[in-house]
Design a protein around this ligand. Structure first.
Ligand code: ASP
Length: 593
């Protein structure tokens, strides 16, 4: 037997017992005639004790040879420690070792296996199996496992049936590029890896499965950022005979359940906000509502006073940075303006108004506006002495997005994003379609299977171009502290409406039939009304831990170039494999040429 207990388990009540433990050598302290070794496994650390006077001489010598990360099995007696520690859970006891077996040796690890590792990202990823021995990574993987278990518990208690859908499919357009897999048995044809199981879960509803879920890998070939991976996991769900309201209740229930059982936190009912309001007040469809600093539109009071920049703008809009007037020197404002003007944000300029503690008003547009004018702005924006207004202007969509960046930055600088606070929010009533000036066509705001609101169906079937821009959908996102953690919609379940949607999205009838004939066909055999949602599982795990990066919640993630540096993939394949897959003809051999 390798172990009677694990390394995190022994307490005072075990004193006197003989136990066997197995694990890795975390480190040792050698005091000459006495020696201590920390033995680690997934569950914790237990101190081993060797005493030259009482320990067998060979054993003592052998213990001295142990290096970091050696794998050993020990047997010994549990003793009460003379100097206890509460730094580890087994800090009251130690093991006086009487048998020691080296199960495997180890090279010196390339970085220290400690909570604060000295290993850089690349090294940690290359030796991910060593990284996983560290608490921060190990704990995140265990957290994820608990989340998956509890999700399954909650959903199966609610009659959801877990169904696996295929990975080798035909592409489903969800807005990203597909990963494709060449087919050996079908020359020149390709599977696509699913960006989500969207069409399959809808077909399960047509199949009468009624309530489906799956914790499932999805694949999107996108440029990567810290919160994106080419393969990621969703809690994917679909329900039949259901209204938007019931979906929101069910998945608000799931979210509350996970917070309660896993974090011990009670969340109160989730507020809801329309997409339009979120854009107007926060310039974003995923606002971080842990702090206010909401947008105030100033067109009515800031235009028509001779300041050309404002007068020519579609929108003049600002935020009130409370108590910041004294914090920003001219140079600081200049830096902030430069930050806003970087190409990533692209603002033209920044107007500020400072309401100084001494009652004076300072502004970058003091030449164009009197103090009385500026006081009116201040009143509208709830400014008091010490506050600083930050105002942008220009084209509505662009300015809102720029001011959203500025608001989030100010939230960071002012320490307003409390990591222990969780503010969920349902954003609802999304537009169905989004007009894209560049490609001169509509895009689906959520995806092409989303239904318009019931009251908009007639408009969608018969309306003109402008009407289409105003169509609303029963589509919703669940936002948590500014991260989108879930999204879904009520779906179209009628062939005519689905065909119309494809047409609006620029598909010819033939293209729609070729790509989605199977779905529209299914709609002709008694498709029930249905809808669903998918949670970004990796991101949910990260956000619940107050982290921005999902990477350590994934056991073997890819780097920013989409590479797995441990296995060194992706990699070339042999000419033979290429030939089999009809990807490249064989280069002529010497005898042939
Ligand atoms: N398939 C959608 C997505 O991946 C989610 C949904 O509509 O259920 O975003």
């Amino acid at each position: 037997m390798y172990r009677t207990h694990n390394c995190g388990e022994l307490r005072m009540e075990h004193v006197g017992q003989t136990v066997t433990l197995s694990g890795w050598v975390q480190g040792s302290r050698d005091k000459g005639f006495m020696m201590w070794i920390d033995l680690r496994d997934r569950y914790g650390i237990t101190q081993l004790f060797f005493n030259e006077n009482s320990t067998d001489a060979d054993l003592f010598t052998k213990a001295r040879t142990l290096g970091r990360e050696y794998v050993v099995k020990v047997t010994g007696k549990v003793l009460e420690r003379s100097s206890k520690t509460n730094k580890i859970e087994t800090g009251d006891i130690e093991i006086e070792v009487s048998e020691l077996e080296i199960l495997n040796e180890s090279l010196t690890p390339p970085f220290t296996i400690a909570d604060d590792s000295d290993g850089g990202d690349d090294l940690r990823m290359k030796y991910r199996y060593l990284d996983i021995r560290r608490n921060p990574v190990k704990n995140k993987l265990m957290f994820r496992s608990k989340m998956a278990v509890e999700t399954r518990k909650y959903l199966s208690d609610q009659n959801f049936c877990e169904v696996e859908t295929p990975f080798l499919i035909k592409s489903t357009p969800e807005g990203a590029r597909d990963f494709v897999v060449p087919s050996r048995m079908n020359a020149g044809q390709f599977y696509a890896l699913p960006q989500s199981p969207q069409t399959f879960k809808q077909l399960l509803m047509v199949g009468g499965m009624d309530r489906y879920f799956q914790i499932v890998k999805c694949f999107r070939d996108e440029d990567l950022r810290s919160d994106r991976q080419p393969e990621f996991t969703q809690i994917d769900c679909e329900m039949a005979f259901v209204t938007q309201e019931e979906i929101l209740q069910t998945f608000e229930g799931l979210t509350k359940y996970l917070f309660k059982t896993i974090l011990g936190k009670e969340l109160s009912d989730f507020p809801r906000m329309s997409y339009d309001k979120a854009m107007k007040l926060y310039g974003s469809d995923k606002p971080d509502t842990r702090f206010d600093m909401t947008f105030v539109e100033l067109n009515d009071i800031a235009q028509g006073k001779g300041f050309g920049v404002f007068d020519s703008a579609e929108l003049v809009v600002g935020i009130n940075a409370k108590g910041q007037a004294g914090e920003y020197s001219n140079k600081d404002i200049k830096n902030l303006t430069a930050w806003l003007q970087r190409p990533q944000i692209g603002a033209k300029g920044l107007v500020y108004v400072k309401f100084e503690e001494n009652g004076s008003i300072k502004s970058s547009v003091g030449k164009f506006f009197s103090d009385d004018d500026l006081k009116v702005w201040g009143e509208k924006m709830g400014a008091e002495k010490g506050d600083m207004l930050l105002i942008l202007s220009g084209e509505t969509d662009k300015v809102r997005s720029q001011l959203n960046d500025l608001r989030l930055e100010m939230g960071d600088r002012m320490g307003l994003k409390d990591p222990n606070q969780y503010n969920p929010l349902w954003v609802v009533d999304f537009p169905l379609l989004e007009w894209d000036e560049d490609s001169n066509r509509f895009h689906a705001m959520h995806h092409p299977f989303t239904a318009p609101k019931k009251e908009d169906v007639a408009n969608m079937l018969n309306g003109d171009h402008e009407t289409m821009k105003a169509l609303r959908a029963d589509a919703y996102d669940l936002v948590l502290n500014g991260s989108e953690i879930g999204g879904g919609s009520i779906r179209i379940h009628d062939r005519t409406l689905q065909a119309k949607n494809f047409k609006l999205l620029g598909f010819t009838e033939e293209e729609a039939q070729e790509q989605f004939g199977f779905l529209m066909g299914a709609f002709e055999y008694g498709a029930p009304p249905h809808g669903g949602i998918a949670f970004g599982f990796d991101r949910l795990c990260a956000v619940m831990n107050g982290e921005t990066s999902i990477r350590d919640f994934i056991a073997f993630p890819k780097n920013n170039q989409g590479r797995d540096v441990m296995i060194d993939g992706p990699a070339k394949i042999s000419q033979e494999q290429l030939n089999e897959l009809f990807l490249q003809s064989t280069a002529p051999t010497e005898t042939e040429s």
